[in-house]
Design a binder for this molecule. Structure first.
Ligand code: 0SQ
Length: 439
């Protein structure tokens, strides 16, 4: 390439380190990369940004996919990609997002500790309703555009702090799921990592071969229950995953202990599930006769005749074909009853949750042993996220053998390549069309 032209484009190219202050402000680290809280240099507006430095170098397949996907999406309740920076000196890819100070993992943890310490925290009256409505709104948008999340859990539900979008939910994916982009892909060749299946739908645990919208809806039901009780509804001992088998006996046992064992009439096609044979061999219906969601929620002071309980039941329906859709859930009587959901989930009240802590390199090392301070094992609560062994620091992340259908995956890979080759309005570079080959 023409040397002068290269010099000119190099000089013109905006560099993340020239535009943002972020040194010493790492707020997250995981297999997906590092996330920093940053502010624009030479700006007095005080606006905060999240800068994600993608793990590895160059435009990897997953970087490609993330950029291609996010640049197509625009919804107030879905994380929004502002810009991409390609750093030519170290071949790093940086993604710029608006900064979300909170997430449901930290919010729930805060309330659980307060409850354990008998500390009274005032929660805005309709906060749970507003959170749920906005989660459904974001997921409805994704589902309408045939994007499945595949790893919904409290750590992936961000909430904006003070600022223009105060108290607004942003659905994100902080990472990991896409490392394993098929539920059938063997995990056996990986280091054993401790993972949670708390948000996994029963059909996945019984060997369902494809991710579906209904699987995301089950996870939303789990999150809703956790917001109402501050306890993960399907809490289960975490396992060291050494096998690709989707069947997890203890996790299914926990689901049946809360929900009861499904009647044949409630889930007719359960017989067609790949792991149905194992299920009938391992489980006895009679062990769960006294188990049901009414009892479980009553124990947690949620009335079975309330609208919130009825919606929870529709979200946590065992048969995926009978589970409510996001569209119908948003029209549920729960959301029509006073108090109505609001845009600012904090309703203008004081936000009691602490800001994210900055991580040090020391914390990075500790992440390898699960002793991180930012979202690592929460020893006090007894509801730890997995002691992260090379899994995550903050927020905690789980391994989820996730996927969309393989067709979708393929389309996305092709689109991702094309998008990066022929784009792009928001990729901060002057010679974008040649980046994939040269970077
Ligand atoms: O939140 C992110 N940083 N990324 C993100 C958000 C989402 C949806 C909420 C739209 C599903 N997906 N991703 C994403 C993360 C990693 C990869 C490789 C691809 C997409």
């Amino acid at each position: 390439m023409d040397f002068e032209y290269k010099q000119k484009t190099n000089a013109e190219r905006a560099k993340v380190e020239d535009l943002f202050d972020y040194e010493g402000c790492k707020v997250g680290r995981g297999t997906y990369g590092h996330v920093y809280k940053g502010k624009r240099k030479n700006s007095t507006d005080g606006r905060e940004y999240a800068l994600k430095q993608i793990e590895g170098t160059g435009i990897s397949m997953s970087a490609c996919r993330e950029i291609a996907l996010l640049r197509e999406l625009k919804h107030p309740n879905v994380i929004s990609l502002q810009k991409v920076f390609l750093s030519h000196t170290d071949r790093k890819v940086w993604l710029l997002f608006d900064y979300a100070e909170h997430d449901l993992w930290h919010i729930i943890k805060f309330h659980r500790s307060a409850k354990a310490n008998k500390k009274q925290i005032d929660v805005p009256k309709n906060m749970v309703k507003s959170l749920l409505f906005q989660i459904l709104d974001g997921i409805h948008y994704l589902h309408a555009n045939w994007v499945l999340h595949r790893d919904l859990k409290p750590a992936n539900i961000l909430v904006m702090g003070e600022g223009e979008e105060r108290g607004r939910v942003k659905i994100a994916d902080m990472g990991f799921a896409r490392l394993f982009n098929s539920p059938l892909k063997p995990l056996a060749d990986l280091d054993p990592v401790v993972v949670t299946f708390w948000y996994r739908a029963p059909e996945l645990l019984l060997g369902a071969r494809h991710y579906t919208k209904a699987i995301d809806i089950w996870a939303i039901g789990c999150i809703f229950a956790e917001l109402l009780t501050y306890e993960p509804i399907f809490h289960c001992r975490q396992e060291d995953i050494k096998t690709s088998n989707p069947y997890h006996h203890d996790q299914l046992d926990r689901i049946f202990n809360v929900m009861g064992f499904p009647q044949d009439k409630d889930w007719e096609d359960i017989r067609k599930m790949p792991e149905h044979g194992t299920l009938t061999k391992d489980f006895k219906r009679s062990n769960y006769v006294n188990c049901n969601l009414v009892k479980y929620m009553e124990k947690h002071k949620v009335k079975p005749d309330s609208k919130q309980f009825h919606l929870l039941q529709k979200l946590l329906t065992m048969d995926p074909t009978k589970r409510i859709t996001s569209e119908l859930a948003m029209k549920d009587p729960y959301f029509l009853e006073d108090p109505l959901p609001s845009q600012d989930v904090f309703e203008g009240k004081n936000i009691p949750y602490p800001k994210r802590e900055f991580l040090t390199d020391d914390d990075d090392d500790k992440a390898d042993t699960g002793a991180s301070k930012a979202g690592g094992a929460d020893q006090s609560s007894g509801h730890n996220q997995p002691p992260a062994k090379r899994v995550r620091v903050m927020p905690p992340s789980t391994v989820s053998s996730s996927m969309v259908s393989s067709d979708y995956q393929h389309i996305h890979n092709v689109q991702a390549q094309q998008a990066l080759q022929f784009s792009s309005s928001n990729i901060q570079t002057s010679t974008s069309s040649t980046y994939t080959s040269r970077f």
